[in-house]
Design a protein around this ligand. Structure first.
Ligand code: ACO
Length: 312
């Protein structure tokens, strides 16, 4: 079946991470673990921790970073989609708080999405589809998490993995074919028990790992096929930053060199829905992004997984 591919222009991207760091040495004092184990099994060295900031506060800082990067007229934003599993409270949505804190008093549709670590890719597909209708002028899509408030610091299987942060992008509808965007998103609810947050994060790391490698491969293949592109046509792959070994497995089995994957998990750990937009923002910081093709790929609790190709 032929899809209608939305045409979107990525206007800007921003990030924020709180200044306090949790190092592997800090964790050695809390649980039976070592810097050597954490580094070799995950690639993670530090994670950021919010002390008194809410998820919406970090999201607003990432959004302002995106707005200020291009001196954007924020009154054009009429859609805010916030991906998070650690929102400020159940209701109102964290997106509503973000709208208020940004001072956007004009008519804006704002809501949250929960698809765990795939949330940002889900949010981007929803935003792109909504922009395609012509009803909206610009969307602010954010992923932000304060995972450290749901991490069980007595469980060495999970506490070494997660951190806090935020990333945001601003997108507008485009009429140019070269701005076609491609998406693949899916869920598998029968695997809901592999990763849950009731009060604290509980995870069957081995099951997540096995599923993640297959899911990432499938998502990369699907979106490339839809766009009729090969990995060589892609300038950078921005994967969900969960574990370096997962990305190495995907790289090896698909024959895509590791240099194609942008990694920053050694600094941030796994920031769930924030990890992909935070990395996009660092890509914008470090590169001339004009005419670049970027492939995003994520997986997370739910089970959810998904991918996108954006042409900048
Ligand atoms: N320090 C020292 N030893 C540890 C630690 C630790 N921090 N954590 C676990 N171990 C031990 C285990 O208890 C086990 O000991 P045992 O053999 O005596 O039982 C041993 O190390 C090996 O455990 P494994 O689970 O086999 O370790 P593995 O190499 O698979 O790595 C890990 C575990 C890092 C959790 C890996 O499975 C993983 O990354 N899974 C994916 C996690 C993930 O990405 N989750 C996020 C999903 S996204 C979202 O939605 C939030």
């Amino acid at each position: 079946m032929k899809f209608n591919h939305p045409m979107i222009r990525v206007i800007s991207s921003g990030k924020y991470a709180p200044p306090t760091l949790i190092t592997n040495e800090d964790l050695e004092k809390l649980v039976e673990t070592s810097d050597e184990w954490i580094t070799t099994r995950t690639g993670i060295k530090t994670r950021h921790k919010a002390t008194d900031e809410l998820t919406s506060d970090m999201a607003v800082k990432a959004a302002l970073n995106a707005i200020e990067r291009v001196n954007y007229d924020a009154s054009k934003i009429d859609l805010i989609i916030m991906a998070t599993i650690t929102g400020d409270q159940s209701t109102p949505s964290t997106a509503n708080f973000i709208q208020a804190k940004l001072g956007l008093v004009h008519e804006v549709m704002s809501f949250d999405i929960n698809a765990a670590c795939t949330g940002f890719v889900y949010g981007l597909e929803v935003a792109a589809s909504m922009l395609q209708t012509g009803r909206f002028r610009a969307a602010l899509v954010i992923g932000a998490e304060t995972l450290t408030k749901v991490v069980d610091y007595t469980d060495r299987n999970t506490c070494v993995l997660f951190g806090d942060g935020a990333g945001a992008v601003i997108i507008e509808p485009s009429t140019l074919d070269r701005h076609q965007a491609y998406f693949f998103n899916a869920a598998k609810g029968d695997l809901h028990n592999t990763l849950t947050v009731v009060n604290k994060i509980k995870m069957d790391g081995k099951k997540v790992y096995q599923f993640a490698v297959d899911a990432m491969e499938q998502a990369i293949r699907k979106v490339l096929e839809d766009a009729a592109l090969s990995p060589e046509d892609i300038d950078i792959i921005i994967p969900h930053q969960a574990n370096e070994r997962i990305i190495q497995s995907v790289s090896k089995s698909m024959g895509i060199p590791m240099e194609k994957f942008m990694l920053n998990l050694s600094e941030y750990g796994n920031t769930s829905a924030a990890s992909i937009p935070l990395t996009i923002s660092e890509y914008f910081d470090q590169n001339d992004t004009k005419n670049k093709k970027i492939l995003l790929v994520g997986f997370g609790g739910g089970f959810t997984w998904g991918s996108a190709i954006l042409q900048l």
